[in-house]
Design a protein around this ligand. Structure first.
Ligand SMILES: Nc1ncnc2c1ncn2[C@@H]1O[C@H](COP(=O)(O)OP(=O)(O)O)[C@@H](O)[C@H]1O
Ligand SMILES: [Mg+2]
Length: 258
């Protein structure tokens, strides 16, 4: 099962991606968490100490690795049919949450008809990673639409788009959903996140209706989650948010199987 989490910046993507990864591990899935945000922070959400998380060299920024994968010996000509399984085997960092973590890093694709080898390696990893029955990939996408635009979300079974009740998050969600449909992602659903008591849920519901998407779950603003975020600690393993993550994961498993 390959899941991707997207939405406007600050809406709670990393928090949800880490929570889902941990819940999947607890259910016996071998889980790979992929941080595709150029400003990565999924590692600390999965329980890594910040110095360990900061010490990870992102795949897209590892020039030696990228060259070893894509070099043909001719300038401007890249080999794009390299194996990727070793990338996961050698580069996934074990985390206290039990998921392996791969950090993609910033991949510059500026320039017309870009064939940046780093982007090719990152794309290949996201697209070609084969996932078995008891394996799961959780992809924490960046705030904007970059990765989706470049097609890196292709091969995803379910895209979760987070909305926090604000008009801006709904607008971004609509754009993401349209792009994802274009890319052929088979299942797209909204998830309400950080919703305030005062109309947050209604706004998330209205957003789902506006774009004809289902609202798979709603997470209220949870002070314990906010505190953990402020202090750079992993998301709480117990409490109302953790319980809702379990319910959401039940729905995800059913939806992906259907
Ligand atoms: N349900 C929630 N309740 C309260 N705070 C939350 C919740 N979800 C996320 N947060 C907090 O909001 C901030 C942004 O969350 P984060 O997951 O980093 O968002 P994103 O990855 O979308 O930028 C973090 O400080 C996080 O702790
Ligand atoms: Mg994030």
């Amino acid at each position: 099962m390959k899941l991707a989490v997207s939405g406007k910046g600050g809406v709670g993507k990393t928090t949800l991606a880490a929570s889902l990864a941990r819940a999947l591990v607890r259910r016996g899935y071998t889980t790979l968490a992929i941080d595709a945000d150029p400003a990565p922070n999924l590692g600390t959400a999965l329980g890594l100490a910040s110095d360990v998380a900061d010490g990870i060299v992102p795949i897209g920024e590892d020039e030696e690795l990228v060259a070893a994968k894509t070099s043909t010996g001719y300038a401007g000509v890249y080999n794009l049919s390299f194996p990727i399984d070793d990338l996961v085997r050698d580069r996934a960092v074990p985390t206290p949450a039990g998921a392996g973590l791969v950090v993609m890093g910033t991949v510059r694709t500026a320039g017309a008809g870009c064939t940046c080898p780093a982007a090719a390696v990152v794309r290949a990893l996201l697209r070609r990673l084969v996932v078995g029955d008891q394996q799961a990939v959780v992809l924490d996408l960046e705030a904007g639409l970059e990765h989706l635009g470049r097609g890196t979300a292709a091969g995803v079974d379910l895209l979760l788009v987070l909305v926090d009740g604000s008009a801006a998050s709904c607008t971004v969600a609509g754009r993401i959903a349209a792009l994802a449909q274009e890319l052929g992602i088979p299942r797209i659903a909204l998830v309400g996140s950080r919703l305030d008591q005062d109309g947050g849920c209604d706004a998330a519901t209205a957003c789902a209706e506006r774009f004809g998407l289902s609202l798979l779950a709603s997470f209220p603003d949870d002070p314990a989650v906010a505190r953990a975020g402020r202090e750079g600690r992993p998301v709480p393993t117990e409490g109302p948010t953790a319980e809702r993550v379990e319910v959401l994961l039940d729905k995800i498993v059913r939806k992906v199987a259907a």
